[in-house]
Ligand binder design. Sequence first.
Ligand code: BGC
Length: 354
Amino acid sequence: MKIKTCLTVLCAAVIAAGFSAQSALAAKIGVSMPTQSLQRWNQDGANMKTMLEKAGHQVELLYAGDNDIPTQVNQIENMIAHGDDVIVIASIDGSALTEVLKGAKEKKIPVIAYDRLIMNSDAVSYYATFDNFKVGEIQGKYIEEALKLKEAKGPFDIEFFTGPTDDNNVNFFWGGAMKILKPYLDSGKLVCKSGQTTKEQAATLNWNLEEAQKRMENIISSVGYAPDGTKLDAVLCSNDATANGVTNALLSNGYDASNMPVITGQDCDKPSVKNIKKGYQSMSVFKDTRTLAAQVVKMVDEIVAGKTVEVNDTKTYDNGTGVIPSYLCNPVAATKDNYKELLIDSGYYKEKDI
Ligand code: BGC
């Protein structure tokens, strides 16, 4: 009896100690995501919520409709008003949050920019993302190797599709790809018959698939690209949504797996992985959203515990108010040859999903 009482007291003490250790570090975390219309942000949001809750935090996860900037501003305003302890934001327009984040700064709420850098705000404490320049380089190098640009004589026809210029990542995706491809454009080995070779001309509003599809349709009819006409050799697409738009336009204009140009992408969204398997899209860049979410949860824990926050880049990402200490995760090329290992074996997708 005595022993039993003792054990009960001991158990209660251990539970209480454990609970207070956790609750001392538990915090209220606001997570603001841009849209539910693209698969990756649903995954990002879900991963963050699960991992933050597992770490003992309370989570307020909100999506800003379908890339609706006023909704995102409003949601962040509420997170600040509710007194969230840390706010994590994947911005829609990186420059649209300057005003609202003044409130976070006043209340000393740390802000983590998630995947996309938030510009012109000194309220941003940290930035966690993938190496965005490397994403562009991987895409550029893929085209360079697929067309054997180093040795072949050419010329080869190429077109360009990237994201909206209000997404700071676009500067890096574009910069990385152009570092590889621009010398070939300059020498004439690569030719862009539409003439649309600037980032602004290649931009796609909100990364919208239909927008990219429409622009590709227009280019096809104005240049006269066709499997048996002016052959198109490559389309640099900065992500999978734009790649899907371009692929749809080409398929409805007579292209098939036997004559598709080299098409790049990014995210390994399910429709793109399916297209890679069918031979419609050549590659995507795999950014394991689980890795990014885990890194951000680690940042949150370090902030809440008052520890030094781990970063691995302190020179690349200046948001207009100074360089934001960043953690860059590693992107990798995904193709027909390695998608199984990257996506299935790692448990990211089930074979039946793709
Ligand atoms: C992200 C990409 C994504 C794109 C569209 C970019 O900022 O880095 O992974 O494809 O936004 O959502």
